[in-house]
Write a protein that binds this ligand. Sequence first.
Ligand SMILES: NC(=O)c1ccc[n+]([C@@H]2O[C@H](COP(=O)([O-])OP(=O)(O)OC[C@H]3O[C@@H](n4cnc5c(N)ncnc54)[C@H](OP(=O)(O)O)[C@@H]3O)[C@@H](O)[C@H]2O)c1
Length: 288
Amino acid sequence: MRTRTIGNRTVSAIGLGGMPMSIEGRPDRDRSLATIHAALDAGVTLIDTADAYHLHADEVGHNESLIAEALRTWGGDATEVLVATKGGHLRPGDGSWTIDSSPKHLREACEASLTRLGVEAIGLYQLHRPDTSGVPYEESVGTLGELLDEGKIAMAGISNADPEQIRLAQEVLGGRLVSVQNQYSPAYRSSEPELRLCTELGLAFLPWSPLGGISKAGELGSSFAPFQEVADARGVSPQQVTLAWMLATSPVVIPIPGSSRPETARDSAAAAGLELSAEEMQRLDAAV
Ligand SMILES: NC(=O)c1ccc[n+]([C@@H]2O[C@H](COP(=O)([O-])OP(=O)(O)OC[C@H]3O[C@@H](n4cnc5c(N)ncnc54)[C@H](OP(=O)(O)O)[C@@H]3O)[C@@H](O)[C@H]2O)c1
């Protein structure tokens, strides 16, 4: 498996996004565990989750618990796997997503994630979203800095951040910011300024919904014909071509495609081994 870097950790170039296994339309527990195990068996060593990946109000951290169980029951070396979780989002249980990135909430959320993941320090803790209700960004990111100082988190990242927030976070953390997780896919290119900045600063860039999101991922080939054409010529899926294309855009990119089935987890992981030619890249770049 091709590898990439997040801070001081080496991880697989393709990660696994845990969200589809815990929100609307999720599979049962056995299929979820089989999906995570399939990704791990394929060489994936980065799993992205969040305390807010759950459905009902009384099951906060549903996805973190699943991942912890999958790692406990996997036959391989789980210490090689970086679990990246997030705090600052909440789901009250009515289908909505709310935000609380106050220092008090982030501290409580981090403690709860530590317990659910069963670790002494969270591998990568990401601020899920800026809180626009009046919590200054510096305060939210500053809390991540304190958690780093206290050894509760090993690395700090941010998500849904613009270039100004990336620079501010890097300053507040005294140069200890390691990653940015933003939406990025053939259908959603508006995070390109953040991707360029991460490349310049050497920060890992984790595209979320890299296949267009849970409901659109299946349509990739019909929405972007050249991705289907390259896929047909190579005998692979258009989703695999999309992930390989993304990897080729910058050495800091580490896509985290979501999966709820072992087949898709395996297929996505295989994108790390798909090298596209300059001509194929030109065709794909022209299509987005
Ligand atoms: N930071 C944030 O605010 C934020 C927001 C959204 C998501 N995320 C993270 O980003 C991850 C990825 O985003 P996402 O799950 O929303 O969307 P996505 O990765 O664009 O799409 C997920 C869907 O793609 C399908 N899929 C995956 N690999 C495939 C393949 N090789 N061939 C065909 N279909 C494939 C899966 O189908 P099956 O279900 O059938 O396996 C899954 O439902 C999430 O899981 C989450 O960890 C973060």
